[in-house]
Design a protein around this ligand. Structure first.
Ligand code: AVI
Length: 317
């Protein structure tokens, strides 16, 4: 359907996506928040990333979770409600649920479809377990289900997703989680470690090009959902280590001068200019614990596997 002779009508675009893209492309260092990677295609590509030989975080965290069960059971106790930030589609959630046998499981996710399908899968796997999904953006908490009101809570925030936030925002989120989960709650969180640059860059720029496809899919999404004319073939994936900020940055670099429109607005980029699409902060030993403390959590135990590449920390409110 056309609004006029030559302006295609944009349908089903999330207004927040449009606002973030238009604002981000207007900055001198263009930047689009990483949350917009995760349309259906982006979520599938992320699942593929987690299985890549170069992408160690998922393997490392899964291995840790498999080995810490006895200690976790001792520390967490009986009758807890596990509240997972992001819905557990991965293998990690069943490992935790099998281990601590909670009284209820509350997955929280912004994507309703994804949340419902992963909740249904877990209900099938754990027939006696009340699975109580909450569709919400955990940056803006909503009340937890009444059924878990009187249960002690264990927050579960795996994958080093906290690393995708700037440290200030990460501290704010941790504090919000603490308020949300309430007095006496515990938090089990995965945090990726600073390590040698080659390992880090390879994890975000794999030989098979899956991370490149994940990054470039953002441009396809803009073209599809925001009537964009971005010439995707004029962009290259770039992963760089920013040592000052202790983070891997992902960018989309224009390989030639380009001009395009998004939602009817014109943008131009010179060859070499980038759109900054993601930060993935890495934390040193003390940094990770300090981050938790800044969010009102007191670290109790920490497990970092054999090589110390990735850590899982149990903290108390
Ligand atoms: C989801 N998040 C923790 C991933 C990370 O490692 O920062 C996203 C990702 N981006 C590229 N590869 C993986």
């Amino acid at each position: 359907m056309l609004l006029s002779d030559d302006v295609p009508m944009v349908t089903r675009a999330d207004p927040a996506f449009r606002a973030d893209v238009l604002a981000g492309l207007s900055l001198s260092q263009k930047a689009i928040p990483a949350r917009w990677f995760y349309d259906r295609k982006g979520s599938e590509l992320f699942e593929d990333i987690t299985a890549l030989p170069e992408y160690y975080p998922t393997r490392a965290e899964t291995a840790i979770l498999k080995t810490i069960c006895p200690e976790l059971v001792g520390a967490v106790g009986d009758g807890v409600a596990v509240v997972e930030f992001g819905s557990g589609s991965s293998v990690k959630t069943p490992i935790l649920l099998n281990c601590i046998e909670p009284a209820a499981y509350v997955p929280i996710d912004i994507s309703g479809d994804f949340l419902r399908s992963s909740a249904a899968t877990l209900s099938g796997q754990f027939p006696g377990l009340p699975v109580l999904p909450v569709e919400a953006d955990f940056m803006h908490p909503v009340p937890l289900p009444d059924a878990v009101a009187d249960m002690p809570k264990l927050g579960f925030f795996p994958g080093s997703t906290i690393g995708n936030m700037e440290p200030l925002a990460a501290g704010t989120l941790l504090r919000a989680m603490r308020d949300w989960l309430g007095e006496g709650a515990m938090l089990l969180i995965g945090i990726d470690r600073v390590k040698d640059e080659d390992t880090l860059v390879a994890a975000y720029d794999d030989a098979a090009g899956v991370t490149a496809a994940f990054n470039l899919n953002l441009l396809d999404r803009i073209n599809r959902e925001l009537a964009g004319t971005v010439p995707v073939d004029a962009f290259a994936h770039e992963a760089r280590w920013n040592d000052d900020a202790a983070r891997i940055e992902m960018h989309l670099r224009a390989t030639r001068d380009v001009g395009f429109t998004v939602d009817g607005r014109s943008f131009a980029m010179r060859a070499g200019e980038t759109i900054h699409t993601e930060n993935s902060h890495k934390y040193g030993d003390r940094d990770a614990r300090l981050l938790l403390r800044s969010g009102g959590w007191t670290p109790q135990q920490q497990w970092c596997g054999d090589d110390g590449a990735f850590c899982v920390i149990l903290a108390e409110a």
